[in-house]
Ligand binder design. Structure first.
Ligand code: PMV
Length: 333
């Protein structure tokens, strides 16, 4: 009836931006990511409570602000009823969830990816369910599209799938966290939560951006090329694909009506700095999610030069150095 999980956020190299179904969070195209530590979400979940509750970073989250959590828990209860009968479902009772992030929440630092991966694993384990990894990944996806990828360590690929029930829209592991000794330096440009949630930004882009169809067309070819680049540990090749994917995703969002613009001045300063560093011979590339921060990739042995340069860039408040990390896993506690 109890489980504790550690999960790490992931950063997409080929972005997910657009849904073929909003209710089930089915992506319109695939995506490809790297799971990053040591930043982590720690979640413990215990069934048997009177009602569901969630404490995030020590603060109780009201029911109206945890609808996606409630939906995921109901899904777990339905699976229990299916596997073990209605009495087992009733015996579960409410779930008491305690979750902490050791990095900023809802700020464009992928806290939803680690958060819902941790929740899916903790809830299914505490409920005594035995799901396959694709089933678990699809369950995490219902909480947040990117969470489907955080179940896995290292590089993971998300499949868009074609089925209406979403059973083929899950992530799979490609190369584990030991495949390539990269560092990802997060340049934090603004403290605080982002202004437009990624689901709202995606929906507005899909409904109103004339560039949305063109964006979606780029995704699968980029996933294929990125897999080739990663298999060969070809940094320059991956750099081209990842920067193009991030810029095209943001271009489609900026062209929505009204435009969805996640960048701040410092975001643009970092883009220019990364290009300047690359022109000077440093292997480095950037990507940007639905927020103002910039994530900068570099081989492990170049990380101090990159940190120094980013911390000297106007508007950068601080940096967080991350490394390829393991998938979501159970822990004691
Ligand atoms: O998981 P969501 O619904 O927060 O969407 C994530 C969207 C991006 O972070 C911008 C891209 C991605 O693939 O992670």
């Amino acid at each position: 009836m109890h489980a504790s999980v550690v999960a790490h956020p992931n950063i997409a190299l080929v972005k997910y931006w657009g849904k073929r179904d909003s209710r089930l969070n089915l992506p319109a195209a695939g995506s490809l990511s790297l799971t990053l530590g040591p930043v982590a979400t720690r979640t413990s979940l215990t069934f048997g409570a009177e009602e569901d509750s969630l404490e995030l970073n020590g603060v109780a989250v009201p029911a109206a602000k945890r609808l996606r959590v409630a939906t995921l828990l109901d899904r777990v209860r339905d699976l229990v009823a299916l596997e073990q009968g209605p009495a087992a479902r009733a015996a579960l009772g409410g779930a008491r969830i305690l979750s902490t992030n050791d990095f900023p929440t809802a700020a464009g630092l992928a806290s939803s990816s680690s958060g819902f991966a941790a929740l899916a694993l903790a809830a299914t384990e505490a409920a005594g369910l035995h799901l396959s990894l694709p089933q678990l990944s699809a369950l995490a996806r219902e909480g947040s599209g990117s969470a489907a990828r955080s179940l896995f360590g290292g590089f993971a690929r998300m499949h868009a799938g074609t089925r209406a029930d979403g059973t083929d829209a899950f992530a799979e592991p490609l190369f584990d966290e030991h495949h390539w000794d990269l560092r990802v330096v997060i340049a934090v440009t603004v403290e605080g939560e982002k202004e437009v949630a990624s689901t709202d930004g995606m929906n507005l882009t899909e409904r109103t951006s004339p560039y949305y169809p063109a964006w979606i067309e780029t995704v699968e070819p980029d996933v294929q090329s990125a897999m080739t680049a990663i298999a060969a540990r070809d940094f320059d090749h991956l750099a081209r694909i990842a920067e193009a994917s991030a810029l095209r995703m943001h271009a489609s969002a900026i062209a929505a009506d009204p435009g969805v613009l996640y960048w701040r001045g410092a975001t643009v300063e970092v883009i220019h700095e990364v290009r300047r560093l690359r022109a000077g011979g440093l292997p480095v590339f950037f990507t940007i999610d639905a927020g103002p921060h910039v994530k900068v990739f570099t081989p492990a042995d170049e990380v101090s030069a990159v940190v120094r340069a980013l911390e000297a860039t106007p508007g950068v408040l601080r940096t967080i150095v991350t490394t390829p990390a393991a998938g979501a896993h159970l822990v004691h506690g």
